[in-house]
Design a protein around this ligand. Structure first.
Ligand code: PRP
Ligand code: ZN
Length: 287
């Protein structure tokens, strides 16, 4: 009988929170009370969701208040706690960048010598400046970093950039990328065997969801003589399914293609004689 419950910390509100909840949902996990409470148990999986400020997640995971967590890699790196990155999750991509007022002339990183830089990432910024042998004053603020230059609090900022609209609307321009980041899943190094096995089940589901997102199911018709060529283009998970059509000399082929190669594959299929190509999303993919 299973007695342990895996506690997962996710961001309560912000850039990652909707996608984190969506991922759990796509893994078939139903969260009680819509997941809005500080602590929300799942009804059909041995997991409990803790909704926290993302900056607090590394500490909670290190202390074992949460067993695992979903947060930005940037936050993990800045916190520098005893936690392990288990997997990257492929959403909430962003960069941690240096930005200066649009009207400033910028040539290279020496611009920051003797300047005052506002950030919520003093560790990462400190390492970066040291590596580039720049002496600058780091001014730590925990929110609304982007307004610091306009109110005279700093000459520049080091902050997360996603679409770039926050910088733009504050009259700033991105000049250096310090790191690229995305959502990751972290765990505390020592998990009980039972909790580890719940995590393994969750990871299995996450992989199936991610795999499905990056794949498409493709159906097409082709004259039989084109089949060998088409099989080379779309090998499928094992090999494509081939079904004869009522029309003599024609077949339907079903297969799976990877999203990144999608348009290239379509061009090759058309050139090989494929017709009536249909592409449909895959919900889950177990390989
Ligand atoms: C970051 C950053 C900006 C915003 C940038 O916040 O501080 O406010 O995202 O996004 P944009 O380029 O699309 O405008 P984030 O949610 O990472 O930080 P927080 O957890 O401190 O709120
Ligand atoms: Zn935060």
């Amino acid at each position: 009988m299973q007695t342990e419950i895996l506690k997962i910390a996710i961001q309560k509100s912000g850039r990652l929170s909707d996608s984190s909840k969506k991922l759990l949902k796509e893994c078939g996990i139903k969260i009680k009370n819509g997941g809005g409470k500080l602590l929300s148990p799942a009804t059909n999986f041995p997991i409990q969701v803790l909704n926290l400020r993302d900056d607090d997640i590394p500490q909670y995971v290190e202390d074992g208040i949460a067993d695992i967590g979903i947060l930005g890699e940037n936050v993990v790196l800045e916190a520098n706690k005893q936690v392990e990155i288990v997997t990257r999750l492929g959403f909430a991509s962003c960069r941690l960048s240096l930005a200066v007022p649009k009207s400033d002339t910028y040539t290279d990183v020496s611009f920051f010598e003797g300047k005052k830089v506002a950030t919520s990432y003093p560790q990462i910024l400190g390492d970066y400046l040291q590596k580039n042998q720049i002496n600058a004053e780091i001014h730590k603020i925990s929110g609304s970093v982007e307004i610091a230059p306009s109110i005279g609090l700093a000459d520049a900022v080091c902050d997360i950039v996603s679409s770039g609209s926050t910088l733009f609307s504050n009259g700033l321009k991105e000049v250096e990328v310090i790191m690229k980041s995305e959502a990751v899943l972290i765990k505390r190094p020592q998990l009980s065997e039972e909790k580890q096995s719940i995590l393994d089940k969750l990871l299995f589901r996450i992989q199936a969801v991610k795999k499905a997102e990056s794949s498409k199911y493709i159906l097409l018709n082709a004259p039989n003589e084109s089949i060998p060529k088409i099989k080379e283009v779309i090998p499928g998970m094992k090999s494509p399914t081939i079904i004869p059509l009522a029309d003599e000399g024609w077949s339907a082929l079903h297969s799976v293609v990877v999203e990144e190669q999608f348009w290239e594959v379509i061009d090759q299929l058309k050139a090989a004689g494929a017709q009536g190509i249909l592409v449909v999303p895959i919900e889950k993919m177990i390989v």
